[in-house]
Design a protein. Structure first.
Length: 323
């Protein structure tokens, strides 16, 4: 199976790839190879996979593994006390099995799908050790989408603003460590155009809208890949239940008030207009996102379903068949 990227032809012998993420998987060690893990069951018993089918109009069928939110939390001893404290604290938050989950996912993908997509928060915060893991697992020709955590340091003087200027400091670092443009990229696979953009604080910017318009001019079916979903009522209700109302039963189906990413999507005129336009764009055949740590899906437009995949740190992923 061939793909095109800037006229380069890549071989899947070397890479599993997708919009949002193209990950080198050959010769990766995997915890799934340890016979003491689920000795009576399958090698990949820990993976929690959902299965989807997007009828995009592909020239030939293919499938991807979509994962998101691995939240790697490594730091070297030389990186200082603050980062080592973050390593302890954030590893506790994410369970300490994140790299195992990533390895299991990639080992499974090697024989089960053609491509791997990662829609952000591969790392939990910026450290030398985490960026070394990025390069280790993505390989040279990877491209994909950022998550909000790719922009964080968790150093004491950092103040998260969830606004564009907060990102400025990180662009050179992310460009140096991820082998794709972290702001906007695209890749065509069997006639399907995977468009990846940074919307890590819930919003898109005018330059990305203009770049998306150029992609539409190609006339190919589009799969939009990004970290934060464009919220529908069902996706917002699900996110609110998980993050704000955990431990409570539903007492009614009233939509919770918009907050954070959803509120910004409603208030930011560029994003609001872009979402409204997307709902009318017939070339849009699907949206793939993460960030929420739960698996949920909803119809976004007459031509596109939106699929949000749960946290890879919990061994979640989804296989998506494209035809
Ligand atoms: Fe996130």
């Amino acid at each position: 199976m061939k793909t095109t990227q800037n006229s380069n032809i890549l071989s899947r012998r070397h890479f599993l790839q997708a919009a949002g993420g193209l990950v080198a998987v050959s010769a990766l060690p995997s915890f799934a190879d340890d016979p003491s893990v689920f000795p009576e069951r399958g090698r990949f018993e820990r993976l929690v996979l959902a299965y989807q089918h997007i009828r995009a109009g592909a020239k030939r069928p293919f499938s991807i593994l979509h994962i998101s939110d691995t939240h790697l939390t490594e730091a070297y001893p030389r990186e200082g006390a603050d980062r080592l404290k973050s390593k302890v604290r954030r590893t506790r938050t994410f369970g300490g099995r994140q790299e195992e989950a990533l390895r299991d996912s990639l080992a499974w993908a090697k024989t089960n799908v053609d491509y791997v997509l990662h829609t952000g928060d591969l790392i939990d915060w910026q450290s030398e050790a985490n960026f070394d893991l990025v390069r280790k697992y993505y390989g040279e020709t990877v491209f994909g989408s950022m998550g909000n955590h790719e922009f964080y340091t968790y150093l004491p003087d950092e103040k998260h603003t969830w606004q564009e200027p907060f990102k400025t400091r990180s662009w050179p670092l992310l460009k140096a460590n991820f082998p794709f443009d972290p702001r906007f990229s695209s890749k065509t696979v069997n006639g399907v155009n995977f468009v990846c953009l940074d919307d890590v604080f819930g919003t898109v910017q005018p330059d990305q809208v203009a770049l998306f318009a150029d992609e539409v001019k190609k006339g190919l079916p589009i799969i939009l890949c990004m970290h934060v979903p464009f919220f529908t009522p069902h996706i917002w209700r699900t996110s609110s239940k998980f993050w704000q109302c955990a431990g409570r039963r539903f007492t009614n189906a009233v939509l919770p008030d918009a907050k954070s990413d959803y509120k910004r999507q409603q208030e930011d005129p560029v994003t609001r207009e872009f979402v409204a336009y997307l709902k009318t764009e017939p070339l849009l055949k699907g949206i793939l996102a993460g960030h929420l740590h739960v698996t949920v899906q909803d119809r976004f437009s007459p031509t596109a379903m939106e699929y949000v995949i749960g946290g890879n740190f919990m061994f979640h992923g989804e296989e998506i068949l494209f035809s």
